[in-house]
Design a protein. Structure first.
Length: 304
């Protein structure tokens, strides 16, 4: 099965040929709203299975407190994959290939071609968690090569304008999304940010936190909105905006609010660095102090 997703005008194909029905159903259920006809594709990732003779990958991290994804030395991965000739013949590894390990899966990404390969262990190939995380990394890498990214943020659209609310886990992104009943929610955890024709635009994505009161509306999948401001969430006893210096906003975004930034190519990192440096001087940037039971739009409108 092949599925082509459209995110911010970029077509990315997921090739699941040979995968078990459980993986096919999970991928279709999670990404299906963003799938469309396969007329053309800008990038393709293939999910394959490896039959190893050990219990797992040699790269597994035994520390339960380790991060979900980590980069691996390309030469180390290439040396190990030589034991599986079909892998290196099917997917050549270069010096620029980026290798990401997550949970029980391995992702290879070639920036020059935007091609990717995800390897799952044969004895653990029914585990969707590895596929989910590594597909997200891959999609972020493809967008990065084109000058876009997934932001660790909530994106809300009010009266056709987009507003981006950034924060770490627990900062209140989903709370703000639930509070704004009159807004369209593009995502409460991973909207797509993309510059376009001198503007900054935000797009929906399939990645969001698991809050069930409001699912992503199907009619907004193809929408986009011009970004009107960047807001950094701070829980407080009252609602008000506080100005942030442009350089401080830029530093916070680069360090904390671009999903999988460390897994992007050097070229993509440089591109996003330049884009956000400019965006933080051209867009309003504020700290938004808020309470979970009060409207935020009065404070925002007073600053516009």
């Amino acid at each position: 099965m092949k599925m082509t997703l459209n995110l911010a005008g970029t077509n990315m194909t997921i090739n699941l040929s040979g995968q078990p029905e459980s993986i096919l159903q999970s991928v279709n259920s999670f990404y299906g709203d963003f799938a469309g006809p396969t007329r053309r594709t800008d990038a393709e990732v293939k999910v394959a299975s490896l039959r190893t003779f050990e219990h797992g990958f040699p790269f597994e991290e035994k520390d339960p407190n380790s991060v979900l994804e980590r980069l691996l030395p390309t030469q180390e991965v290439e040396a190990w994959l030589r034991r599986f000739p079909e892998c290196t013949e099917d997917f050549p590894i270069h010096e620029t290939t980026i290798c990401t390990f997550s949970l029980n899966g391995l992702l290879l990404f070639n920036p020059d071609t935007a091609a990717g390969r995800i390897y799952l262990l044969e004895n653990d190939k029914h585990n969707f968690h590895s596929v989910y995380r590594l597909l997200w990394v891959y999609l972020a890498q493809v967008l990065g090569e084109r000058g876009g990214c997934f932001l660790h943020a909530a994106a809300l659209v009010r009266e056709e304008d987009g507003y981006i609310f950034m924060g770490d886990s627990g900062a209140g992104k989903s709370t703000v999304s639930r509070l704004c009943r009159r807004c369209r929610v593009f995502s409460d955890d991973g909207p797509v940010f993309f510059p376009n024709n001198g503007e900054y635009r935000v797009y929906p994505s399939p990645f969001h936190q698991r809050w069930q009161e409001r699912a992503l509306d199907k009619d907004i999948i193809q929408m986009r909105a011009r970004v009107m401001g960047l807001y950094f969430l701070i829980k407080d006893k009252k609602v008000f905006l506080e100005d942030i210096l442009n350089r401080e906003a830029f530093s916070m975004i680069i360090k904390r609010h671009i999903h999988f930034f460390t897994h992007l190519s050097a070229r993509a990192k440089t591109t996003l660095f330049d884009i956000f440096f400019k965006a933080c001087y051209e867009l309003p940037t504020y700290s938004l102090h808020f309470r979970g039971d009060q409207d935020i739009w009065g404070a925002i409108k007073n600053k516009q």
